[in-house]
Design a protein. Structure first.
Length: 294
């Protein structure tokens, strides 16, 4: 049996360059070849591998995101000359993220980014949802809201559905709530308030004519809202993907089998021109892929 053909190094270099720069023109300038040569090398590589490496706007497909890790490992190994210090100069990337998103969705996946881009020194900062305030200037910023943002370019990263939840103990104490779909059921509960996820979303979907609650405990962080529900403060409106861990470990239970789309979304934002820096484009592309694949 013939040994598998190793893809040509020109094709692998073109794949690496295009995945970082997301522009055939910029990749051709980096590689000192014509744009048509870059496109030809990518088509040749995809044909040999039998894979589609890029989707729209030169974002990596799921297969491409996996393969680029192997390609960069191989390129890094070839760059290591015996007797020479091959340690690459680190590139600093500052990312501002909201607290609960960071803990629940970003940090569990971040090892794959460090593995794919070991030359990037990542600096994580905290941003305040809705106010969009960060302690320092960031290269990439996670924002929460309805968008668009007049001072930033952006891409929608994640949408979610909401559902009322509470602790098993509170359900035994104040329930049952019969699906939490009537004004009578809602009125028997203590509603935990959060400006990031108003109750009117659930009320409107269920045809409940109650006003947005104006009193009661309020928390301005989704993680604190869910922890308060665990502590028995009452019923919280939970974003299903963001709060999956609270359900999985049984600390919270759903009060309805139904969910409602939240009008608020997570966006990745950056100043115009920032994605011309390869590390910024790489992080945006990686996080989109990471949340899609897992």
């Amino acid at each position: 049996m013939a040994a598998p053909r190793i893809p040509p190094i020109q094709g692998l270099l073109a794949f690496d360059s295009l995945s970082r720069l997301r522009s055939v023109t910029l990749a051709s300038e980096e590689l000192n070849v014509t744009p048509s040569a870059v496109s030809h090398r990518i088509r040749q590589l995809e044909s040999q591998l039998g894979l589609k490496l890029f989707g729209r706007d030169f974002s990596l497909t799921a297969e491409g995101a996996i393969y680029i890790v192997r390609v960069r490992e191989a390129i890094a190994a070839l760059q290591q000359v015996p007797g020479q210090d091959a340690a690459p100069k680190a590139t600093r990337l500052r990312v501002a993220v909201t607290p609960t998103f960071s803990r629940q969705l970003l940090l569990p996946r971040l090892a794959s980014f460090r593995h794919a881009y070991p030359e990037v020194d990542l600096v994580l900062q905290v941003t305040i949802p809705f106010l969009n305030v960060t302690a320092e200037e960031a290269d990439i910023e996670l924002r929460f809201g309805t968008g668009p943002f007049t001072d930033r370019d952006s891409v929608r990263l994640l949408s979610d559905d909401v559902c009322p939840v509470c602790s098993p103990e509170y359900l035994n104490e104040a329930g049952p709530f019969e699906g939490f779909k009537t004004a009578e059921a809602v009125s028997r509960a203590r509603l935990i308030r959060c400006p990031l996820e108003p109750w009117r979303t659930w009320f409107t979907a269920c045809g409940i004519t109650l006003d947005e609650p104006g009193g009661g405990d309020q928390f301005n962080d989704i993680g604190l809202v869910l922890d308060a529900a665990v502590a028995g403060f009452g019923v919280a409106l939970m974003r299903m993907r963001l709060g999956a861990n609270w359900l999985d470990n049984g600390r919270l239970v759903r009060l309805s089998p139904n969910t409602v789309p939240s009008p608020h979304h997570y966006f990745l934002c950056w100043r115009p021109g920032a994605l011309e820096r390869w590390e910024c484009a790489a992080f945006v592309d990686w996080l989109q892929q990471a949340l899609t694949i897992s």
